[in-house]
Design a protein around this ligand. Structure first.
Ligand code: GLC
Length: 448
């Protein structure tokens, strides 16, 4: 027992050391990254958006076992045969983006190429792409055009790892897909990635963000792996200076990154085990699934309720972060019916009065555990929004607040709320009125 504990501690210390060394290897000898004015503005706009939709769609959806299916046994060449049957006859970019827009989400993040290695656009760098399927139409193009048309931000997910290509030097995943390790050739693979990224950032109009994933594949290497990120980031920023770069490495951001993301955790929480890193001052984003898996999984019908999703969005915003909520589209090209229902419910809530307490806000000062949180408008004397997320509401709540409240209203109904200052405790006590229509979140708008 004792031995096991010591081994575990040593292992985690080594891992931490590796991560730090890797980070050093990434940043040393580089000129410091200075974001352009347009990049800084893009970061602000990104934060103001607060809500986006993640879309995990690729060949893996055909197997309906989630996006990691190739990692769990299939041979890459057998797996690739499904490309010859990929025909999402019901895919309609306009329908997807319209439903997403109606949900109140302001941007999407689409998986252009996941760990399986299949490209969802007309890439000239590899034949393993959407054009060589019976469907034969560029998915990224259709989504990009539709996003631009409807005014929805476009972020592109791009995996740094590849379980199919021989030139990618495998780390700790994708080891049973039938690749020949002797054929690994990092320089060749790195060039391939940069050529693909150049296509994405040149041929599809404005790209608001690149969302990298897979760095962790080499986090157990004894010799720190050099991903050559600074050069890659510089290339992206040269092609589109306002493009926001994020990397799902579960570390504090590296030089050259413009945002920090958290996988399945609200910043400051680490229930999922991947979010122990410190929080930077960059824009923050939490990604989370609507059900359990990122890619479509036939047995995964365990959707969070609309109430849970609304509360998740509120708690995330109350930490000053965006929520990137995932949907795994079906093999036929449709978004699952339950996901569409959830989008509609969130839209009803956000496009009602609640939106003003989410968009363009920052973290608020009032926080009493998970159930009473707050957001705050921007600027001097901006209103504070206290969100009560419990099912049962008492007649009043007492909170500690800095400013002197002038007026309090129920944001959803617009009713004025009575409040008073308790001399003994210094707390402000708000009287809650009838809560019809705001069961998911009772919002007190406090003006100063
Ligand atoms: C993890 C998973 C990946 C998924 C991502 C989304 O990195 O490996 O499949 O796309 O999380 O956050």
């Amino acid at each position: 027992m004792k031995h096991a504990l010591i081994t575990a501690l040593l292992a985690s210390a080594t891992l931490l050391g590796n991560a730090q060394n890797q980070q050093k290897a990434e940043t040393c000898n580089q000129q410091h990254y200075v974001p352009t004015a347009e990049n800084l503005q893009a970061r602000n706009e990104f934060s103001d958006n607060r809500f986006g939709i993640f879309l995990h769609w690729g060949l893996y959806s055909m197997f309906a076992q989630g996006e990691w299916y190739l990692n769990y046994g299939p041979n890459k060449d057998e797996y690739a045969k499904v490309a010859d049957a990929f025909y999402p006859h019901s895919f309609n970019a306009e329908k997807w983006i319209s439903a997403i827009k109606a949900s109140g989400a302001k941007y999407i993040c689409f998986t252009t190429r996941h760990h399986e290695g299949f490209s969802m656009w007309d890439t000239k760098q590899s034949d393993y792409n959407i054009m060589n399927t019976p469907y034969g139409k560029d998915i990224v193009r259709q989504l990009a055009d539709e996003c631009h048309k409807q005014g929805i931000g476009l972020h592109l997910y791009y995996s740094h790892i590849d379980w199919t290509r021989e030139d990618y030097p495998a780390g700790r995943t994708g080891l049973t897909t039938g690749k020949d390790p002797k054929k690994a050739d990092w320089n060749h693979y790195y060039k391939f990635m940069n050529a693909q990224l150049t296509e994405l950032l040149t041929n599809y109009g404005k790209v608001d963000g690149i969302w990298f994933d897979g760095w962790w594949d080499h986090d157990e290497d004894t010799i720190p792996f050099n991903w050559q990120l600074p050069e890659q980031y510089a290339m992206i920023h040269k092609l589109q200076p306002a493009c926001i770069i994020g990397n799902n490495h579960h570390q504090t951001p590296f030089e050259g990154e413009d945002m920090q993301m958290f996988e399945r955790d609200i910043p400051g929480e680490n229930k999922n085990g991947l979010s122990g890193q410190s929080i930077s001052r960059l824009p923050l984003e939490t990604c989370q699934t609507m059900n359990g898996m990122w890619g479509y999984k036939i047995k995964d019908q365990n959707y969070k309720s609309a109430k849970e999703l609304i509360r998740l969005l509120v708690r995330t915003a109350a930490k000053g972060a965006n929520l990137l909520l995932n949907i795994g589209p079906q093999p036929n090209g449709e978004l699952p019916a339950t996901a569409l229902d959830r989008l509609a419910d969130m839209g009803k809530w956000l496009n009602g009065n609640a939106g003003e307490s989410i968009y363009r806000t920052v973290a608020g000062e009032v926080a009493l555990g998970d159930s009473i949180v707050s957001t705050c408008g921007k600027g001097k004397k901006a209103p504070l929004y206290i969100h009560i997320l419990t099912d049962k509401k008492d007649g009043e709540i007492a909170v500690t607040m800095k400013g002197k409240a002038k007026k309090a209203t129920n944001l959803i109904t617009g009713d004025k709320l009575a409040f008073r200052k308790d001399k003994a405790t210094g707390k402000t006590i708000f009287e809650l009125n009838d809560r019809k229509g705001d069961e998911d979140d009772y919002i007190i708008k406090v003006e100063f």
